[in-house]
Design a protein around this ligand. Sequence first.
Ligand code: KG4
Ligand code: ZN
Length: 335
Amino acid sequence: MPVIILAIESSCDDTAAAVIIDGRVVSNVLADQSIHAQYGGVVPELASRAHQANIVPVVDAALRQSGVSINQLSAIAFTRGPGLLGSLMVGVSFAKGLALSHGIPVIEVHHLQAHVLAQFADPPFPSFPFLCLLVSGGHTQIIRVTDHLALEVLGSTQDDAAGEAFDKAGKLLGLGYPAGPLIDQYARKGIVRFDFPHPQLPWYEYSFSGIKTAIRYFLERETEKDSGFIDAHLPDLCASIQHHIVEILLEKLVLASEQTGIRTVTIAGGVSANSQLRTRLAEIGAQKKWSTFVPAIAYSTDNAAMIGLTGYYKYLKGEFTGLDVKPLARIPLDG
Ligand code: KG4
Ligand code: ZN
């Protein structure tokens, strides 16, 4: 009998559902929420309401596209957290209701663990142990992965996440939200010629809040002298900011590889969609003789396929969840 998992993701501003059969992605549907762009960030209450409107059509489309009916499901996997509580609540309640009414077991999934396992959506797959640089809107971590379900966080950011650094820098440049993909696009036409202070933190710790402040002061200084400074230099500013963030991310990854002796290296999370990060990882990887693995863009940013893949590996180990489960805004990854 094949193992068929329906997966639901609603931790932030994307409502997503996927069907995974024997660890293979057969459908992966996503409704994103453009409503937040006008506010310059995700508005939790609006996100919850949009999830409520989207969840039925999204789950329906994922099932239809896979040709699977509800009665064939082995389990329903859902994101329990971390994320926005109101958003999580929609996905968790929906998963529980569907499971209860059809007598299907449920499997809770940690959103960040799922980002790491997005690597198993498409072959080739990395061999264990590997290092994963997890860079999303809310998290920046270097993780040692010794099995699908065994993770150890080696280092994290002390303040802002890398995605936040992109988004906040973009806001200062007058770009829309999320700014990461826009900075990536403008940077392609620019050259790196502005320098920002490099945070000095021990081991695999990151800090990105100082960069945001440095960029703000720099822009204030320059626009005082020339009010058209940002418009005149937007591509170069984007290229410089992107270069700065990417080099900081990779410097610690190199250190982690040297210290642990692990040369199989992956990246995950929304910021892993960044083209410069991908290019530099390939360059450094070739230099250091690493085996590098990068997920397809659709599996880098938030999606339900990664939730379903994690659900599949948990299913194989019999890791089911009670129907009294509640969403959690915060859950440690390796606690
Ligand atoms: O993993 P994700 O989709 O959601 C969270 O779990 O946070 O990550 C979203 C983050 C946002 O900060 C967004 O600006 C960033 O990923 N991002 C990028 C790119 N695409 C998405 N940052 C830089 N370059 C990109 N191409
Ligand atoms: Zn995410």
